[in-house]
Ligand binder design. Structure first.
Ligand code: UT7
Length: 336
């Protein structure tokens, strides 16, 4: 921004969209050898949403975007950057962000996707923040959207009970202001990656390293493979670290946090992080019971629900924190 007045990057609206179809634990127990008691006690998940066959990731993302634009009071033509975080794009190319542009009519936007698995939405927020703060763009739409039901091996009880579909979105803008009066203000960001651990959570087949063949598709190599226990440990360690780093950068402590909105993969991971941070349960937003793990969509969906339900209020310190395949992790601290 061409000025010496400090500029502040802010989230000015949120939206989300979840597909109608609910898949319960009891229904899953008819497909694989599992039961409601196991899924609930190990993960906290009771049900998840499944997109319709003809409902693509960009359809869900576009609906979340419309709701975010409405909440921000922004018209499609004002958006000049669209970033979609997803591991389930409509196609390899064009990017899902291009399809979102077409569906919402944001013809002035440059569009691209980000692939950072479950950390994708926070990677997207941080990328958009740089474009906005540099003055290169004025209004950004960042979406986390996934149709994970297309990547799940419905015969593998270790993974198929965990995931779901959905989308969330945020509209971002910069303001030339000392910052105190701007709601939704980003105070600090953290991002990290440890690619020594790519093997613990991945979809091995279906892309350039292992193009689809009848044989590997038969072995379900184009579906999610996860070492659950190891992933769990790293998720707790890295999300805790990312949370502490963001607080430190902003000169705050966990006692200042009004709401933690963590990636929703497992209730036990969320409570482990909250416990270690010293944040009480009433200050931890949880909706994994309703939607399961929707990867890049969990945080924007939860942020939108927290915003609309009044769980977060103007002036609250809100900590977003994510972890996913790569491994990747990220956190964003906001003054709502
Ligand atoms: O979004 C990215 C980050 N993702 C995550 O952070 C997920 C991290 N991991 C987890 O959330 C947990 O590790 C899981 C929920 C995936 C698994 O929970 P766990 O307590 O680590 O269970 P486990 O994998 O150690 O399996 C315990 C037992 C095994 O049986 P044996 O070998 O002890 O006889 C599994 O075969 O539970 C069995 N099991 C199941 N039983 C009933 C695994 N899945 C199921 C199931 N229903 N769906």
């Amino acid at each position: 921004m061409p000025s010496n007045i400090p500029c502040v990057c802010s989230i000015i609206g949120t939206g989300s969209y979840m597909p109608e179809r609910v898949l319960t634990n009891d229904e899953l127990s008819k497909i694989v050898d599992t039961n409601d008691e196991w899924i609930t006690s190990r993960t906290g998940i009771k049900e998840r949403r499944i997109a319709a066959e003809n409902e693509a990731t960009s359809d869900m993302g576009s609906e979340a975007a419309r709701r975010a634009m409405e909440s921000a009071g922004v018209k499609p033509e004002e958006i000049d950057l669209i970033i979609v975080a997803t591991v389930t794009p409509d196609m390899f190319f064009p990017s899902t962000a291009c399809f979102v542009q077409k569906k919402i009519g944001a013809w002035n936007a440059a569009c691209f996707d980000i692939s950072a698995a479950c950390s994708g939405f926070l990677y997207g927020l941080q990328t958009a923040r740089h474009y906005l703060n540099s003055g290169n763009r004025k209004t950004a739409l960042v979406i986390g959207a996934e149709k994970l039901s297309t990547l799940v091996n419905w015969k593998d009880r270790n993974t198929c009970v965990l995931f779901g579909d959905g989308a969330g979105a945020a509209i971002m803008r910069t303001f030339q202001d000392a910052g105190e009066n701007v709601p939704g203000r980003i105070l600090a960001n953290v991002m990290g990656t440890d690619a020594r651990l790519t093997d613990l959570l991945k979809v091995p087949g279906g892309a350039s390293a292992m193009p689809v063949t009848a044989e590997n598709a038969d072995q379900r190599l184009n579906t999610i493979h996860m070492e659950g226990r190891e992933t769990f440990k790293h998720a707790v360690t890295r999300m805790l670290q990312a949370s502490e780093e963001a607080l430190q950068k902003a000169g705050l402590t966990a006692a200042d946090v009004d709401m933690v909105i963590p990636h929703q993969a497992n209730h036990r991971i969320i409570t482990a992080i909250a416990d270690r941070l010293g944040v009480p349960p009433e200050k931890t937003f949880i909706n994994v019971d309703k939607y399961g793990n929707t990867s890049a969509a969990t945080i924007p969906v939860a942020l939108d629900e927290a915003n609309r339900s009044g769980a977060i209020k103007r002036g609250d310190i809100v900590l977003l924190v994510a972890f996913g395949g790569g491994f990747t992790w990220a956190s964003t601290l906001l003054k709502w």
